[in-house]
Design a binder for this molecule. Structure first.
Ligand code: ATP
Ligand code: MG
Length: 337
């Protein structure tokens, strides 16, 4: 059985890390076919459009996309391509795993936390942001809905079941933001009752930040609203040594886009030394999403083993002397074994 996915190599180091990632996916033998699509500066040069309709059509058709970093030109009134994609496909869940890997600079060694962030409402509404004419009063709206809260919490619990996770922490500020995050918290409590096999607890966001820094091992899956999720997912990335190994999954009902959290890294583009791991970890999440959880697990383990036993092949950002290609090859050899 073969499944076709849309593949968007993207800008800067995108094509290099995508080549390495597809090489590893081929070695994993997961029966994927690739339908390549352009977006970003590459697409602007080729088709005069940052996000061509043909690309949107391919994502809609295949429902799953693996995407490299995209550059949105500064100035010229372009809306961020990533924001456009999120709105177009209503990608309401932003899933950000933070996993400790051996041989990386970090404060902790055994972290495995997934943050599930609501990505369409909360404090990040485009509408309702006002500044008074005299410039003295700025205002914005926080809006959470029962529908929005329900689908994000439901997604977190279903994901936890599928991936065999044990515990979900709902992060909120319902003691102060009583209505907006109160609604989110109430929905989380209701849905938690439907999943007695998953341990559920709730935590206020400020305490969560302190607990994450002091005792991160108590967390498994965190589910939270847009603003808190934005901050907490970067905090978690920092706990495991930064964005070099951070995948980001953007999930909607009709499409899902898997990507690395880092940008296009123009300073090292074309040099063959970009670290492909963040995109590879995004690919592992994509395999989970496609129901190939065993392959996803195998891929993460191969990355772990390569970082432990094959330090020569690793890219310079992780302290090695290798290249994107040597790192990818080393991982490909392990998944094929
Ligand atoms: P963009 O404008 O696309 O966001 P950026 O200039 O903000 O790009 P990032 O890609 O976010 O750059 O990267 C910031 C720093 O981290 C750069 O010095 C970059 O070289 C480095 N970096 C990012 N991704 C990787 C990677 N995969 N491998 C090695 N270094 C990386
Ligand atoms: Mg950047």
């Amino acid at each position: 059985m073969s499944k076709t996915i849309a593949v968007i190599p993207g800008d800067g180091i995108g094509p290099e890390i995508m080549t390495a990632t597809l090489r590893v996916l081929d070695a994993l033998d997961c029966g994927l076919a690739y339908d390549f699509a352009d977006a970003g500066m590459v697409a602007l040069d080729k088709h005069g459009d940052l996000l061509p309709k043909a690309t949107l059509d391919k994502i809609a058709e295949h429902k799953v996309a693996l995407k490299g970093p995209l550059t949105t030109p500064i100035g010229g009134g372009f809306t961020s391509i990533n924001v456009t994609l999120r709105r177009h496909f209503d990608l309401y869940a932003n899933v950000r795993p933070a996993i400790s890997f051996p041989g990386t600079k970090s404060r902790y060694e055994n972290i495995d936390i997934i943050t599930v962030r609501e990505n369409t409402e909360g404090a990040y509404l485009a509408e309702g942001q006002t500044l008074s004419e005299d410039g003295e009063v700025a205002q914005s709206i926080i809006r959470n809905t029962r529908k929005g809260s329900t689908r994000i919490v439901r997604y977190a619990f279903e994901m936890a079941v599928k991936k065999g996770r044990k515990k979900i922490t709902a992060v909120h500020k319902a003691n102060i933001l009583k209505t907006s995050t109160g609604l989110f918290l109430n929905v989380a409590r209701e849905i938690a009752k439907e999943y007695p096999q998953i341990e559920f607890n709730e935590m206020i966001v400020d305490n969560t930040c302190m607990q994450l820094v002091m005792r991160p091992e108590q967390f498994d899956v965190i589910v939270t609203t847009n603003l808190f999720g934005d901050i907490i997912s970067d905090l978690c990335a920092g706990l495991v040594g930064g964005l070099g190994l951070a995948p980001g999954d953007n999930i909607g009902e009709h499409a899902a886009i898997f990507e690395a959290v880092h940008g296009s890294a123009p300073d090292i583009a074309g040099k063959g030394i970009a670290n492909p791991c963040a995109l590879l970890l995004a690919a592992a999440d994509m395999l989970d999403h496609l129901g190939q959880v065993e392959k996803g697990t195998k891929l993460r383990q191969a990355i772990r083993d390569t970082l432990t036993h094959d330090r020569d092949s690793v890219t310079p950002d992780l302290g090695g002397k290798g290249t994107t290609e040597s790192f990818g090859e080393a991982i490909a050899r392990r998944v094929a074994a």
